[in-house]
Design a protein around this ligand. Sequence first.
Ligand code: AMP
Ligand code: GLY
Length: 410
Amino acid sequence: MRVLLLGSGGREHALAWKLVQSPQLTELHAAPGNPGIAALGQCHPVRAGDTEAVLGLARALQADLVVVGPEVPLVAGLADVLRSGGIPVFGPSKAAAAIEGSKSFAKDVMAAAGVPTAATLSEPIAPCVLKADGLAAGKGVVVCHTHAEADAGLVELAALGGRLVIEELLEGPEISVFALCDGSSCVALPVAQDFKRAYDGDGGPNTGGMGSFAPVPGFASREIEELLDLSCRPILAELAGRGQPFIGTLFAGLMLTPNGPRVLEYNCRFGDPETQSLMPLLEDDLLEALAACAAGDLGDAHLGRGAGAAVTVVLAAGDYPAQGDSGSQIRGIEAATATGALVFHAGTALRDGVVVTNGGRILNVTGVGDDIRAARAAAYAAADLIDWDGVRRRDDIALAAATGAITAPR
Ligand code: AMP
Ligand code: GLY
């Protein structure tokens, strides 16, 4: 199978790493890709957001499958254009991707499907959560404990324009649930957790994600199936009933509240940096599962996982998330890889054959081990070997889980 993978982040490098292990893969192409992906397949200078260029490339390559990483092109309708061009796609249509692209659409579908979520409020009175309706690259949610925060949040979100969703403020640990969907049925990946805040102890501003681990203790196959019954299967049925079947990764962000799990949001794609921790855990052929979803028939495809765990530490620019870094020479990637850890590229570039920084989140270092403690030790031991001027990371990724603290009360 000739596969075209769209995107350029650590998530896509991890997907590429797993896809090239498939006996069914004949050629891996990526657009635009990154220097890590370039070591696994052929990268093409086409942006995932350039619909016509992507269609042209997929046709020229005679791609048997296009796998779409990021949400922006999906919400804009890229999968529809490719499918009407006769190209199989792993990724939802524009109508189905609205589950991520519009918070109010997601609320409407959740209500119709009977999925437990935060109550919608009519007034922005603290405690509450304010959400911009559309995609906002992680900047569209303001959690308001006080009236002053609510007032400031209203001003902040007004600047983004568009509709506002006001929600009940919930509390509890968060988990990420992933289902690969063929339009009517789905298969689960392990449950993961990510670390969104910039600094240790969950302080500072929200980021794209500073680390992740999987599996979350307490969520074995039976518990995962329960979560799919709660948060994914009703959505698939509701969307299919509306004539908008969801093909791709349905990613439910859940909060484990004292009153039970509540869905905070849906995403229409793999999580970043969760995917970097998930791919090394999968035993079965990811390509086979993605192709079966794209063909609309998962059949009895399943994705068994081994007994181990994985922890991913993001190495970011010194001023991330305020600012990225570019052109600084990165040292130690080979030494880190030699430890057995995986180093997934995100914001890197090649300059005269040298890997340099080129973004906010630069590299992801993933350690795999028999348990979270071992995986965490492997990730940090490898991360210690990588350096550039200003490199920054969190030192507490998966710390609570590794030391036995319950991060996911049942
Ligand atoms: P979302 O983009 O909806 O996932 O929101 C981003 C983050 O905001 C979530 O990961 C939560 O940490 C927080 N959040 C969203 N909705 C709520 C809520 N109803 N109560 C508390 N925190 C929330
Ligand atoms: N890690 C959260 C996300 O990908 O949106």
